[in-house]
Design a protein around this ligand. Structure first.
Ligand SMILES: Nc1nc2c(c(=O)[nH]1)N[C@H]1C(S)=C(S)[C@@H](COP(=O)(O)OP(=O)(O)OC[C@H]3O[C@@H](n4cnc5c(=O)[nH]c(N)nc54)[C@H](O)[C@@H]3O)O[C@H]1N2
Ligand SMILES: Nc1nc2c(c(=O)[nH]1)N[C@H]1C(S)=C(S)[C@@H](COP(=O)(O)OP(=O)(O)OC[C@H]3O[C@@H](n4cnc5c(=O)[nH]c(N)nc54)[C@H](O)[C@@H]3O)O[C@H]1N2
Ligand code: SF4
Ligand SMILES: [Mo]
Length: 902
């Protein structure tokens, strides 16, 4: 800090590795890392970044990286060369295929791969191994949207673009916490609304989220009931003359059947009751939708991750087809993609039931087209196993080897303990990752080191079909390689031809050419085409500017699809899909009275392997929590701030009870991010039920019946220390990354003593050790100093009344404690110190909740701009503005934090 950073190379334009907004980034390599800024020229973000993107520089260090291949023997990992590791994978895959057939091996890959990696993985499995047992975590994410698009449009096509969000007069956000999960897009929406207050926003979400702060209307639907709501809307639109009859007649089919079913939802009171919302609110929403021409309905996981996910998608699209609101500026259904390359994965046919380039696995002519293009010896001729079924087949011993790449299924799949059992029984588990310390890598027999963001090269496609380059700007560390290189090596070792790419642009070129292959009238026409990008040499590929597919001619993208009313079904007509609403099969009641919903937090990315490295990001929500309505907490016998056990038929976990004020009675919410590396017992996947949507196979992540009960501990405590510790038999712990220290939050059952503390913190006989014990009060406080510098401190109390961690954490930045600091160390704060700033709200400037609330009160601040002017909070990336608005509105604070917990 304080030393000016000096660029060591020119800035490189690349793309953010996190969410599907796909923001452009300008990265400048520095002597000590990289300077990360928004790329003002990228069409997705025009220079904006959210807090995760802005903190990327903090996640690029090589600590905790897998830098060489490793092989596990007799339970122990040992380093290996690439040759040996590749040999082991190729020969084991080969012998299992020879003995049991190609379906006895599998790959499980990820929407975080680059398109080129993804393309090669599919070519390898479907064309050369000859099995479609290759599925991806997009099964957990986008597969319901894929299935819904294919049913309605004849192909997996997202009609619109981000600009439509700004041009709309009504924006409906269904099951999407856009403020936290697609933050720069949300900022575009907020700006548009500021400029044009006539832009109305409706949020449909069982929770009151940060997104709802911007909404004119929040419909807190009961989880799983969206099809009632949209079938009711379809029927209402038809009854009230809102249909575009000419459009329906010329460009669609199937309305009668869809209306036949939707009319069962014509009764407003019935729909309102089923959805658990006020009938007046429902009518207000229906009237607004009917009266507004420019409507965008954007949706994500509250829609997709459901046992009726595909029907939810189609029930939304039906309403846009009936009103002809599709393919025109400012209108259309819009599936928000989650991962940076969810869309690219779909282009290359990443799912087990797809073929490359939007061709169909189940159609012989399509299979032959791809086989001949690849000059492959065979081609998979039936769909492979979808994610949940795949891991069941592994446990059953039917699939004997699996190669897992860029995903962490032991954390992220439902019934996650089953996934762990499956991998424990699998003959060969290969894991390609950047980290050797994930819950999945811990079960790998062969670990292959992957290049990470900033090191690898290729393309990604965002939610609006925009293809952008990810460009490397850091040296390639250790022996890490691109995932495509690892796959090609195994393929070549297995004797397959067609895997001799010298550079990644050759893979992109092949992918581009395949999209034009037999893609004409009378052949196998499909809208996905990027053959306009074929034939680029390396320099042209490196210089590729972001552009939206289809690309028929070099440099010319396509902003919107279906402008001419022609869809991809052979007759050119879109389909209404009739769907009867149904509730989740596993209903809460009896032993498991609450419906558990799971989702994301603003400052963490999935299983934390990258965002977890940033102290700045950790400050927003340091600990796992279960958000409950106070009434249900009372019935469950648990109290805010205390630990609770959450149990379902499938598994259990422990988290701290929180009341955000945004949860309805009968529901609970737990974030998805904590895992076996960051907490003792907080993998929510272990609790989640494995039900799936019958069409898409996407899991029901948002609805599991659970019970909540106290997780009794005899004491609460925390440790701050410079090095990670082996905590031994502490009943419950969470590890939080701090700046220059590691923080553990603890809950214990066994008696503690200064002796135990000394042993735990590694204080020898003549260590510089300060301690205070009050046995009657159950209080123990100790600190270890080395050469006058704070090395570690531990605070334990029978009651959860521990001092704030802020001041103590700050001491780790010092080389020497002053006499005064040393004297007050065990008090946990300076006597003259002001109030505890509270948990971080603004991560960019480190401004806490208590500080903001105090400023609002003392200075009578009335809007977010006032808070920014006073405290700077919200003045950089803007990701925290919705929470600042929440605080201004005196609604309850964001969940998961005790006021002393920061
Ligand atoms: N900060 C952050 N951003 C991310 C990610 C991340 O890990 N962290 N991950 C990225 C990825 S891969 C994805 S897929 C996206 C996901 O982005 P989102 O879909 O916005 O995120 P979620 O929090 O999973 O769920 C969205 C909302 O669905 C609501 N919901 C639950 N059940 C129902 C229901 O039955 N009906 C309706 N209408 N709503 C319901 C939940 O209450 C929740 O608020 O985020 C992307 N962006
Ligand atoms: N309960 C519940 N569970 C969920 C969800 C939910 O809402 N609720 N959402 C689901 C959704 S939408 C998603 S997308 C999944 C996400 O779940 P995962 O995909 O399991 O989560 P990540 O932590 O992103 O895992 C990515 C892994 O790949 C590694 N990695 C990153 N880049 C690369 C690379 O270039 N190459 C290689 N080889 N490795 C790399 C990272 O270190 C990390 O270990 O979670 C799903 N699970
Ligand atoms: S919104 Fe944030 S996480 Fe998403 S792409 Fe942009 S900077 Fe990355
Ligand atoms: Mo996702």
């Amino acid at each position: 800090m304080g030393v000016p950073m000096i660029p060591i190379a020119a800035a490189v334009r690349t793309t953010c590795p996190y969410c599907g907004v796909g923001c452009g980034i300008k990265a400048t390599p520095m002597a000590d890392g990289a300077l990360i800024e928004g790329d003002p020229e990228h069409i997705a973000n025009r220079g904006r970044l959210c807090v995760k993107g802005a903190a990327l520089g903090e996640t690029l260090g090589l600590d905790g990286r897998l830098l060489a291949p490793a092989i596990r023997e007799d339970g122990k990992l040992r380093q290996a060369g690439w040759n040996e590791a590749i040999d082991k994978v190729a020969s084991t895959f080969g012998s299992i295929i020879a003995e049991h057939g190609p379906d006895a091996v599998a790959m499980y890959i990820s929407g975080q791969l680059l398109t080129e990696d993804y393309y090669v993985a599919n070519k390898f499995m479907k064309g050369f191994v000859g099995s479609a047992n290759i599925d991806t975590n997009s099964r957990l994410c986008m597969s319901s949207s894929v299935a819904g698009h294919k049913r309605a449009f004849g192909e997996d096509l997202v009609p619109g673009c981000y600009e439509d969000f700004e041009l709309a007069d009504l924006l409906v956000l269904v099951g999407s916490n856009t403020a936290w999960c697609h933050p720069t897009l949300f900022q575009r929406i907020a700006k548009a609304k500021e400029a044009r207050p006539g832009l109305r926003i409706a949020a449909i979400d069982p929770r009151r989220t940060a997104t709802c702060e911007l909404a004119d209307l929040h419909l807190p639907v009961k989880a799983g009931t969206d099809v009632w709501l949209f079938n009711g809307l379809l029927s209402y639109l038809a009854r009230t003359g809102a249909a575009d009859e000419a459009f329906v007649a010329a460009h669609t089919a199937g309305l009668e059947a869809a209306l036949g079913l939707a009319d069962a939802c014509a009764d407003i009171d019935l729909v309102a009751r089923t959805c658990g919302i006020d009938p007046r609110q429902l009518v207000e929403f229906y009237e607004l939708f009917a009266a507004t021409d420019k409507v965008v309905t954007a949706f994500s996981q509250g829609v997709n991750q459901s046992s009726s996910g595909t029907d939810k998608v189609n029930s939304i699209i039906n309403c846009h087809l009936l009103t002809g609101r599709i393919g025109k500026p400012g209108m259309g259904p819009f599936s928000l993609t989650g991962q940076p390359n969810a869309m690219g994965g779909r282009e290359v046919g990443g799912l087990a039931n797809m073929l490359a380039s939007h061709l169909e696995l189940e159609q012989p002519a399509h299979r032959e087209a791809v086989r001949s293009f690849w000059d492959a010896p065979r081609i998979a001729d039936k769909p492979g196993l979808k994610a949940v079924d795949l891991f069941r087949a592994i446990e059953a011993g039917k699939v004997k080897a699996v190669w897992i790449m860029a995903t962490n299924p032991v954390v992220s799949l439902p019934d996650a303990d089953q996934v762990r059992r499956a991998l424990e029984r699998c003959e060969l588990v290969v894991v390609s990752d950047m980290s050797p310390d994930t819950d999945t890598a811990a079960l790998g027999h062969v670990l292959l080191p992957a290049l990470g963001w900033g090191e690898k090269d290729g393309t990604v496609t965002n939610s609006e079909r925009c293809i952008s380059r990810q460009r490397g700007f850091l040296p390639r560390p250790g022996e890490a390689r691109s995932d495509w290189q690892a796959i090609c090596q195994v393929a070549r070792r297995m004797g397959f031809r067609g895997f001799d790419y010298a550079h990644v642009h050759e893979i992109f070129d092949e992918h581009a050419r395949l999209s034009g292959w037999r893609n004409g009238a009378g052949e196998l026409p499909r809208a996905f085409r990027i053959d306009g990008l074929a034939g680029m040499d390396r320099a042209a590929y490196d210089a590729l500017e972001p552009l939206q597919w289809p690309v028929l001619r070099s440099g010319e993208g396509t902003t919107r699809l279906f402008a001419d009313g022609r869809f991809a079904h052979p007759d050119g007509r879109a389909r209404f899909v009739a769907s009867a609403p149904r509730l989740p099969a596993n209903a809460p009641g009896g032993e498991f009275p609450l419906a558990l919903n799971t989702g994301r937090l603003r400052d963490q990315w999935h299983t934390m392997t990258r965002t977890g490295k940033s102290p700045r990001l950790a400050a927003h929500a340091p600990e796992p929590f279960v958000d409950l309505h106070p009434h249900d907490a009372l019935l469950s016998g648990v109290r805010e701030g205390e630990l609770a056990r959450v149990t379902s038929r499938w598994g259990a976990m422990v988290a701290r009870v929180a009341h955000s004020g945004g949860i309805a009675r009968g529901a609970a919410f737990i974030p998805i991010h904590w895992n076996g590396q960051t907490a003792s017992d907080a993998r929510v996947g272990a609790v989640v039920n494995p039900d799936v949507d019958p069409v898409s196979g996407e899991p029901e992540f948002k609805h599991t019946p659970v019970r909540v009960e106290p997780f009794g501990v005899a004491w609460h405590g925390f440790i701050l220390c410079r090095e990670e510790l082996d905590l031994g038999r502490v009943a419950n712990w969470t590890r939080v990354r701090g700046a220059g220290f590691v923080r553990y939050e603890l809950g214990g059952r066994e008696a503690v003593s200064p002796r135990w503390a000394r042993a735990l913190l590694g204080a020898g006989e003549d260590a510089d050790w300060i301690e205070y014990e009050d046995k009657a009060e159950g209080m123990l406080r100790c600190a270890l100093l080395v050469d006058g510098r704070l090395q570690a401190c531990l605070f334990v109390s029978r009651r959860p009344d521990l001092p704030a961690r802020t001041w103590l954490g700050g001491l780790f930045a010092q080389d020497l404690l002053s006499a005064k600091e040393r004297a007050t160390l065990l008090a946990g704060r300076l006597p003259a110190q002001g109030a505890d700033p509270g948990p971080t709200v603004c991560s960019c400037f480190g401004v806490g909740r208590n500080t903001i609330c105090k400023a609002i009160e003392e200075h009578g601040l009335r809007d977010a701009a006032g808070v920014t002017a006073c405290l700077r909070a919200g003045g950089n990336c803007g990701s925290c503005l919705p929470e600042i608005r929440q605080l201004l509105g005196f609604t309850s604070p964001p969940p998961g934090r005790r006021s002393s917990g920061s």
